[in-house]
Each structure stands twice: as structure tokens, then as C-alpha cells.
Design a protein around this ligand. Structure first.
Ligand SMILES: [Ca+2]
Ligand SMILES: [Ca+2]
Length: 106
């Protein structure tokens, strides 16, 4: 999924079902984004009820390529089942990229 350069946030959905109760305090979020200047990127995890968890802030000094990372989120107040979203915004013009893949491990 392409991320618009210096544009609106895009979201990628994962539908979770069959897990009873809440998400864990150590919800693992694996993110793989191909990008030519990862400091442009602001990344949030959005829970099924719309609560957001910041995974990564943008940075004008982080010029490395790509985001290949596993973030741990305390999502223990969130019901596990439902549609989770990865929300990604490119905050600065010129460099671009796309969401290659992401996954949740409960
Ligand atoms: Ca919530
Ligand atoms: Ca950009």
C-alpha cells in the first residue's frame, strides 16, 4: 500500500477473531515499510475501538531507509477481536514508500 508523500495518513486493516477477552500487555506489532527516508513516517496502531497507540514518531534527522521493527504495545485494555489498523503518515515531502507488510502477535 503506497503512502502518499507529505499527505494524508493511510490505514491497513487486520481483522482479528477467535481470541477471547482482551489483548495482551505485550502485543507485538511487526512493521515492514519500504521507504527512502523513514524519519518522514509517523506510525500508530489503532485498536478496534479507535484508541491509538503511537509506535513511531517522525524525525527530521533519521535518514535511514525502511522501517523493519517489532513494537511492543500494552493493549491490555483493548478487546482483542475486531479490526485493528496500522496508520501511517508521511509528514515530509520528497521521499516516499509503501507498507510492505505488518502483523500482530497476540
Ligand atoms: Ca480503548
Ligand atoms: Ca515523504
Amino acid at each position: 500500500m503506497q503512502i502518499p508523500d507529505a499527505g494524508a495518513a493511510v490505514t491497513s486493516d487486520i481483522a482479528v477473531s477467535g481470541i477471547s477477552g482482551n489483548a495482551p500487555a505485550t502485543l507485538k506489532v511487526d512493521v515492514n515499510i519500504v521507504h527512502t527516508y523513514r524519519g518522514d513516517l509517523l506510525i500508530d496502531l489503532v485498536a478496534p475501538d479507535g484508541s491509538t497507540y503511537r509506535l513511531k514518531n517522525s524525525s527530521t534527522s533519521d535518514s535511514a531507509d525502511n522501517v523493519v521493527a517489532t513494537y511492543t504495545v500494552n493493549a491490555s485494555t483493548e478487546v482483542a477481536n475486531g479490526t485493528w489498523k496500522l496508520k501511517v503518515q508521511d509528514t515530509y515531502r520528497q521521499d516516499t514508500g509503501y507498507i510492505n507488510s505488518w502483523k500482530l502477535t497476540f
